[in-house]
Design a protein around this ligand. Structure first.
Ligand code: ADP
Ligand code: MG
Length: 252
């Protein structure tokens, strides 16, 4: 059974069907990439999975349970997390404090009976290990707002990891980054691969083909193909719809 099973998911905005009968299965331990042109419905799909948007039809089954109607915080509690942009609130805190807050938000109940000092130490220890995991071990004391753009993206991943997710939803984590920062993010996601399952929306095809085990292609709200990177690269419909006819012809 896949970790995430999306069945017939449909979302309309007025006359526009932004996700149209979407079927998707994400296997445990994999990176599943979702690609497609601008406006294809990728973010709309991610927002329905995270609970930010309510679908008009279809089902979301996560870890064996139907979560279609669950509010966002209950999805997070079950291990479904997405990374958000570091907010203005977080910018004033150090990277360590920000992640400690996220750990605390998750573990509030499980740590309730600890001694206050021990509890604080446990929060900071866990936050430290999450920051080391994303490569920010040496930047823990910096205010989040003072981090470089690429480092803020790493911090966003850390904030999501602090909730201890089974599945991490990533909506264009390389967007707006230079080649060095993108390379660092690719390295980070490659390192996390296996320990956390990921659904990755990304425009950077280098990143997608390096990281993904499976790729689904969304066009006008519909999944037109799902397969291995090699199968997707060779798929004529995908080339026509996504890469453009010229490239498809040139490659033929
Ligand atoms: P992608 O992330 O693939 O670029 P989106 O999911 O953002 O695509 O958008 C899919 C389509 O739905 C687009 O045509 C977009 O304009 C439209 N759309 C997205 N969000 C809304 C909304 N809240 N209200 C109305 N239309 C929306
Ligand atoms: Mg988008």
């Amino acid at each position: 059974m896949p970790l995430l099973q999306v069945e017939h998911l449909t979302k309309r905005f007025g006359g526009l069907t932004a996700t149209d009968d979407v079927q998707l299965a994400v296997k445990l331990g994999t990176i599943h990439a979702l690609i497609g042109p601008n406006g294809a419905g990728k973010s709309t799909l991610i927002n329905q999975l995270s609970g930010a948007l309510r679908p008009d039809g279809g089902r979301i089954v996560f870890n064996g349970d139907d979560i279609t109607r669950l509010p966002m915080h209950q999805r997070v509690a079950r291990g479904l997390a997405r990374s958000y942009q570091v907010t203005n609130v977080f910018k004033r805190f150090s990277a360590l404090e920000s992640v400690a807050l996220a750990v605390q938000a998750r573990s509030g109940s499980s740590l309730r009976f600890w001694q206050p000092v021990a509890r604080e130490q446990a929060l900071f220890d866990e936050a430290t290990s999450v920051l080391e995991r994303v490569g920010l071990g040496r930047r823990m004391e910096a205010p989040a707002g003072a981090l470089a753009h690429g480092e803020q993206r790493q911090l966003e991943v850390a904030l999501a990891l602090a909730t201890n997710p089974k599945l991490l939803l990533l909506d264009e984590p390389m967007a707006g980054q230079g080649p060095d920062e993108s390379a660092r993010m690719i390295e980070l996601l490659a390192r996390l691969k296996g320990s956390v399952t990921m659904l990755l929306v990304e425009h950077d095809m280098d990143a997608v083909f390096k990281l993904a085990d499976v790729i689904s292609v969304l066009v006008y709200g519909r999944v037109i193909a799902t397969g291995s990177p090699d199968a997707i690269r060779a798929n004529v419909d995908v080339r026509k719809a996504y890469l453009g006819d010229e490239q498809a012809e040139a490659a033929a």
